[in-house]
Design a protein around this ligand. Structure first.
Ligand code: ATP
Ligand code: MG
Length: 347
């Protein structure tokens, strides 16, 4: 494959807009080190009904990206410096809070990384789901309650009519996560963003919640942006993946292709760190050495170069552009054409 400029970055808007188009997104935060760039030139699109995994280590900028899409970057200390986020061709950046409130919940819903903070302990869960429905769909109290009970049933809460009267603390962690999902899908959004939806859950419950998300996505024909640090979760649920490192997208690929043959050393590192993915004979690294840089100390050149086993002096020099390798693949590695990186097979 010979690298060509990445069309996702280079081309303008298409005739039929994708459901979500993020273009050249730059997010900064004011810190004790001054303004620090947290999200750098992030561009991607998401088609209706598709599933996209956003994967990367802690601190890579996954949550900040999703908060930007929701219009929830805390300002101050944060700001969207430039870039565009379009939903069905309509610009979201710069919209008033009031107009964004209409979008949130109705068109784009999110399951937050910290579920405990998203449910109000003082209200019955049925009321909390019903409130969402009333606000966005304008249903009566009675209709909204019926819809809430239906949503709680759809996410597998047993005896939803009775359990709708329970308070958040009366649910287990897994069931609370289901309540969050019920709230998110109650208005049948076009896009559901799930930020680490299973991290706090034990493995069996994790699998159930992922299966539930997968099933609901199909049933409601929603698009799903699934954020996780776990490539195994991406393999179970997503068709496409974005790999994020130090605030930048470093690889974009169909999930099968990514597993078979990564085109960025960081993606290879993530794959190799998953024991269930790599045959023993192919394992070269137990894990990626070192840790990700802090945003005020991003290295020059390729941000991954200090941890990359393939880096040479070229990688430390100027900025590295994203290149498209095929219509579905792009990599932000200077050496992509020279390297033969290892893939694996999801178990
Ligand atoms: N309110 C804030 N003020 C300053 N810096 C912030 C703020 N929120 C996030 N950051 C910084 O932005 C960077 C990206 O954070 P983000 O929460 O998006 O990471 P993440 O990829 O979601 O990580 P995790 O896997 O741990 O959830 C981090 O360096 C973080 O410290
Ligand atoms: Mg996060």
């Amino acid at each position: 494959m010979s690298p060509v400029p990445d069309p996702e970055v280079e081309s303008g808007p298409r005739n039929t807009p994708a459901l979500l188009e993020v273009d050249g997104l730059q997010v900064d935060f004011a810190t004790e080190h001054g303004w620090v760039n947290i999200i750098d030139s992030v561009s991607f699109s998401l088609e209706r009904g598709s599933t996209l995994g956003l994967v990367g280590e802690s601190g890579s900028g996954k949550s900040v990206t999703s908060l930007a899409i929701m219009g929830l970057i805390p300002t101050p200390p944060g700001r969207i410096r430039s870039g565009s986020i379009r939903l069905e061709g309509q610009e979201l950046v710069g919209r008033s809070e009031r107009s964004l409130q209409d979008v949130r919940g109705r068109d784009i819903a999110m399951i937050f990384q910290e579920p405990a903070t998203s449910l109000n302990p003082a209200f019955q869960v049925g009321d909390q789901v019903a409130e969402m429905v009333r606000r966005h769909l304008g249903l009566s109290r009675k209709q909204a309650w019926a819809r809430a009970v239906e949503a709680l049933g759809a996410v597998g809460i047993p005896d939803p009519k009775r359990r709708a009267h329970a308070y958040p603390h009366e649910f287990s962690g897994g069931m609370r996560q289901r309540v969050m999902i019920a709230m998110a899908i109650s208005c049948e959004p076009k896009l559901l963003i799930a930020d680490e939806p299973t991290t706090a859950l034990d493995v069996t419950i994790q699998a159930q919640v992922l299966a539930l998300l997968h099933g609901l996505r199909e049933e409601l024909d929603m698009a799903l942006l699934l954020i996780t640090h776990d490539l195994g979760v991406v393999a179970q649920v997503c068709d496409k993946a974005l790999v994020m490192y130090a605030g930048q997208i470093v690889e974009r690929a169909d999930v099968d292709e990514l597993y078979r043959h990564p085109y960025h050393p960081y993606s290879e590192g993530l794959l190799v760190s998953m024991p269930q993915v790599m045959p023993r004979s192919k394992r070269r690294l137990a894990s990626i050495p070192g840790s990700p840089p802090m945003p005020w100390a991003f290295p020059s050149g390729c941000r991954f170069h200090p941890r990359c086993p393939y880096a040479d002096e070229r990688c430390q020099a100027g900025a590295v552009a994203t290149v498209a390798l095929s219509p579905t693949r792009a990599s932000r590695c200077l050496r992509v054409a020279e390297l033969d990186l290892s893939g694996g097979r999801p178990s």
